[in-house]
Every structure is written in C-alpha cells, then in structure tokens.
Design a protein around this ligand. Sequence first.
Ligand SMILES: Nc1ncnc2c1ncn2[C@@H]1O[C@H](COP(=O)(O)OP(=O)(O)OP(=O)(O)O)[C@@H](O)[C@H]1O
Ligand SMILES: [Mg+2]
Length: 363
Amino acid sequence: MSGLALRNVSKRFGDTPVLDDVSLEIGADELLVVLGPSGCGKSTLLRAIAGLETIDEGQILIDGVRVDRLAPGKRGVAMVFQSYALYPHMSVRENMAFGLINIGTARAEIDRRIAQAAKMLEMEHLLGRRPSELSGGQRQRVAIGRAIVKEPKVFMFDEPLSNLDAALRSRTRQEIAGLHRRIRTAMIFVTHDQTEAMSLADRIVVMNQRRIEQIGTPLEIYASPATEFVATFVGSPAMNILPVAQATADGAFLRVALGDGTQLETSLPASAIKDGALRLGLRPEAVRLCAPGAGDTNATVEFVEFLGDKTHVHLALSRGDRVVALAAAPCTARPGDETGLVLDAAAGHLFGSDGRNLKAAPA
Ligand SMILES: Nc1ncnc2c1ncn2[C@@H]1O[C@H](COP(=O)(O)OP(=O)(O)OP(=O)(O)O)[C@@H](O)[C@H]1O
Ligand SMILES: [Mg+2]
C-alpha cells in the first residue's frame, strides 16, 4: 500500500515506556493530526518515523517498504520542528539547500526546487537573509520550505505553530491546509491544540499516555468519542461528566439516576447495562436552562461567561455536581439564580469503569 503504516510500535527510554503498541495507517495524500496532552509521546512518535529515534518493537513501512532500520536520510520523510532548528550562520537559501547538498543532489536540481518552494511559500525575497533577520512567522516558513525541497513521501510537523501569535497561527494553519492540497503528500501534524486538530485533519489520532485512544475523522472524534479521555480532551468547554448513582434496565432504554435523584433516559438499549460505576457525559449543548421546576432538575447559577455569540453558564446541582450549559448570546441568568435544567441524556454518553464509551464498539 502507498502511504505510511505503523505496526505495533513500542519504544522505551531505558526502563520508561514512551510508545506502547502503536498501530496506524496514513493514506498517501492524507493529513493526519496527532493530538494529545504534553508528554504523551507525540514527538517521540514523529522522531521514530523520521529515524531520529530507534524503536524497540514493531514495524514502520512507507509505500509498503520497511524503513525502521534505514538511516533518516533514506526514509523519504521530512520534518518541521517547533523550534524551526535553522542554521543561524547560513542564509535562507543555504538552509534550504543544506540537506540536499548532503545527499549529493545536483546543483541545478537544488536551485529548481528552492525556486519552486520559495514561490509556493511567497518567500523569494527572503532567500538572501539570515534567520536572525526574519520574524518568527518567516522563520517558520523557511523551516517548511526546507522540508518541501526534500520532496518527501511523508511530511511531518511537530507543533510548528506554537511560537506564533493567535492571528498568525490561524493564517499559517490555513496555509498548511493549502500546501497539503497542492502537494498531496501524506502529512502528519502534531499538536496539543484541539482547534488546530479539528480544523486541519482528515483524521485525528488522539494519544494519551503512550497509547492511541482513538483514530477518526474530526466529526467521529467529537460525536462518538471512544473513551472518557477523548470525550473530555476534545471540545471546549469540556464535556460535563456526572457520576451515575444507579442504572436501571426496566424499559427499552437504559435509565440512569444522578446523585440528586434526577432520573434520565439515555439512548442506549437497556441491554447495554454494565457492572461497576458509570459516568454520564453531556456536552454543554446538551444542557439547557429553563424555568425552575420545568426541567429534569434544578440548579444554582455560579457564574456566567458572555462570549459575544454565545454564553457559558456554570451551574451547581443540589448534590454538588457541576455542569456547564451553552446558552444563547443574550442570557439573563445571573450568579445565585435558581434555574431549571434540561439534561438531554439521549444525546449524551455513558462511560464504564474502564473509561470506555458504552456506545462505542468494544476495543
Ligand atoms: N531522550 C529522552 N530520554 C528519556 N525520556 C524521554 C526522552 N525524550 C522524551 N522522553 C520522555 O518521553 C515522554 C514522551 O515525550 P514526548 O516528547 O514524545 O512527548 P510529547 O507528547 O511530544 O509532549 P509535548 O506536547 O510536551 O511536546 C515524556 O515523558 C518525556 O519525558
Ligand atoms: Mg512534543
């Protein structure tokens, strides 16, 4: 197959495992985003693919050929680092040419590739400058240009936008999406920023503590999270998680009771009932304010965040559980108000004591 495949890859630094049985496939023109918290192993994964780290177990294949024993320069991958890692004493042109000279590419070919990449990235006027004479965004472009000229089969970005301000981040994100449309190579983009992941990815790989939690399109990750970790890591404000005091299977659908006695019907069949503690996950859009007494339960407004086009209302239920509701922009709720709450459990998720979503297929 063309593209990149990882099969059961594991890696340790000394006694510390950093990648645990990681398997994934990336199509030859797919943009895959690896999303996960700091320290979960994202950079190590990229470095292993690039050949900057060895792996202890498993296989890495590019276009069906095993590369995990090949030197980095022979794998057909290029990587853009968060720090850009440009050579300070070289001009932009020399920075871009350096890797190609090292592998013996002909001068005319190097010039052609640099001219093409510089045009694509609109940085022809910067080729004679040194990195110290560039802005952060421009350095970032040079780092991307240096990767493009290698004409890699797999293009990897390790948090390339974290040093940029919010506006430049958003613009560069669009440029990377545009670049992917033009060069149609397999791309892996690592980030811990869920907005970046959702907006760029064909598919997202969510990692947590050395392992892959879920692989899916942005919509699948958001609407059908496989685990409580994925459910709460993606989405802002985070999904509300409420402990279930009791689950009953007396009708067609599984019913749950919250700590304050509130009874809710889920969309899960009664047969899905599971031993052990359950937790109900409700996105803020599944929690709505209504008149006191008119909803599933009542709550006290703790604070209100007005965000222009919408309002987040933070609430306390009678037994101390807290939830955030998404409300329309001009919202009249005030701290201290008693309000009714509709909890749309049918749109929610139930997580078992193993953290898995009862709606998701078994792992
Ligand atoms: N050379 C190394 N020697 C020992 N441990 C390492 C080494 N490099 C990374 N680690 C550890 O491996 C784990 C994964 O690190 P990695 O850099 O892959 O995380 P990350 O997901 O990229 O995090 P971040 O989002 O902060 O960049 C961390 O616990 C880190 O401390
Ligand atoms: Mg990292």
